[in-house]
Design a protein around this ligand. Structure first.
Ligand code: DQQ
Length: 465
């Protein structure tokens, strides 16, 4: 068994599996004040196989406790090849999970009678045995998965991710009175984000301020969860605008929850950026993103901000007030580490490029550079020199980000995870695996001109275990 406690890449304040594999968040629900996070889990190894539902609980969104595995495949059952993604709802006091069993992909139900600890599968599973016959569904067996359920007026509604030949991905809408008998209504919406998009996975539909949001994750790219802001009317969704919840290739299959504070919270699965062999050797794979609070700003833009509860993790702090960085001069910060939070506000009066160097060794043999290029209006994470280990995926991810006047960067470094929020509307998550124990430095630099840092705070963050 690998020694996961001494693994220098294992995140300290992002939820990771106790051992084995983690992918999508599932069944997010707040129950009697406690946040329950289920997740796609292989307890037998750090690879996607024999998928179970892992389970963790938190009273504050920050500190998590593992609970026993909630769902495991039943031999000869409709989920014998895996318990895939789904949701949890409160059915008049009975916690109820709807999830996809396979193969083929069918929708199943389970209930708990001991406060979400153990789950009893419905004897009549599956509750939806096949996609509607009248649609030309892609896939063989058909792609038909990831039920998402909500209460509307006097009925239950359910979306299942799928794809229609020639149309791209879709989310199919059903209605039920009892969560067991489902009547198909129509595709709520369909289309493609990438030119080759065929299937929508993990649909979520929810009201957000004066809009509705449809979140989907698109196959076959398997790279991004997209949001669509729009109107939900007469059981159809009409998008007004759309974008990516995260611009990296590491954040996928996002799922949301409305909590008792009436906030809409979102988590995504953070994939690994190292080889399959390295993941297996480490004994664990995958993490959950930080909880993001969703909103819409005064320009009707979709916003995501880290849940304020995370501030309890702050330890030592160092603050820099109004500093002008001269062109090409390096300003190392006095605080460094591999678990950090950095909040910086930059003045964008000149067209210079700002760089925040992270996980940097003293000789710069290893470093990851977060960059904002004012002239190109691009935000990027350059991880080309992040690690001397050839088994990692060095890459430079870049996204257009229009900032006016000031730019607010909120950065979380958690060993191998770097999660970046720019103006709380452009997110970029990266994976980096520095090999050196002294790759903990943080520095600032301006390129091609001066940059004024109006304010910068950096904290060391404590672990959650
Ligand atoms: N992961 C699950 C599926 C889902 C996909 C399988 C998205 O239910 O469509 O582990 O990552």
């Amino acid at each position: 068994m690998p020694d996961m406690l001494s693994d220098p890449h294992r995140p300290q304040f992002h939820l990771t599996p106790p051992a084995g594999w983690m992918n999508d968040p599932n069944g997010l629900i707040q129950w009697q004040g406690q946040y329950h996070m289920f997740y796609q889990h292989n307890p037998h190894g750090a690879f996607h196989g024999t998928i179970h539902w892992g389970h963790a609980v938190s009273s504050d969104l920050v500190y998590w406790q593992y609970l026993p595995i909630a769902l495991a495949p039943t031999p000869q059952g409709p989920d014998q090849d895996g318990c895939w993604s789904g949701c949890a709802v409160d059915n008049h006091g009975t916690p109820t999970i709807l999830y996809t069993g396979l193969s083929p992909q069918v929708q199943c139900l389970a209930t708990s009678h001991d406060n979400l600890i153990s789950w009893e599968k419905h004897a009549g599973n599956p509750v939806i045995a096949a996609p509607p016959a009248e649609l030309a569904i892609v896939g063989s067996p058909p792609d038909f998965r990831d039920p998402f359920v909500w209460r509307e007026d006097d009925a239950w509604y359910l979306l299942v991710g799928s794809g229609i030949r020639e149309h791209g991905g879709t989310a199919l809408l059903y209605r039920s009175q009892d969560l067991l008998h489902w009547a198909y209504l129509n595709p709520i919406h369909s289309g493609r984000f990438s030119a080759t998009g065929t299937v929508w996975e993990c649909p979520n539909l929810f009201p957000l301020e004066q809009h509705h949001v449809l979140l989907i994750s698109e196959q076959p790219d398997y790279l991004h969860t997209y949001y669509q802001l729009g109107r939900y009317h007469n059981h159809h969704f009409t998008p007004l605008k759309a974008g990516k919840t995260d611009h990296s290739k590491y954040f996928y299959a996002a799922l949301t929850l409305q909590d008792e504070k009436q906030r809409r919270l979102m988590w995504g699965w953070i994939k690994e950026g190292r080889s399959v062999a390295a993941q297996k050797q480490a004994g664990w794979s995958g993490a959950m993103s930080l909880p993001r609070v969703l909103g819409i700003d005064q320009h009707e833009r979709f916003t995501m901000s880290p849940a304020p509860e995370l501030q309890v993790l702050r330890g030592e702090q160092y603050t820099l007030s109004a500093t002008t960085l001269q062109a090409d001069a390096l300003t190392p910060l006095e605080l460094e580490g591999d678990t950090l939070e950095i909040l910086a506000e930059l003045s964008l009066t000149e067209t210079a490029t700002f760089e925040l160097l992270l996980r940097r060794s003293p000789d710069a043999a290893e470093q990851t550079i977060l960059r904002y290029d004012r002239a190109q209006a691009t935000l990027s994470v350059d991880a080309l020199a992040s690690s001397l280990d050839p088994e990692t995926e060095p890459e430079r991810a870049s996204v257009s980000h229009q900032a006016q006047g000031t730019l607010r960067l909120h950065v979380f470094v958690d060993r191998s995870i770097i999660e970046v929020f720019a103006d709380n509307r452009t997110c970029l998550t990266s994976r980096v695996y520095p090999t050196r124990s002294d790759s903990t430095g943080v520095a600032l630099r301006a390129r091609g001109g001066k940059i004024t840092v109006q304010q910068l705070s950096i904290w060391t963050l404590n672990g959650i275990w």
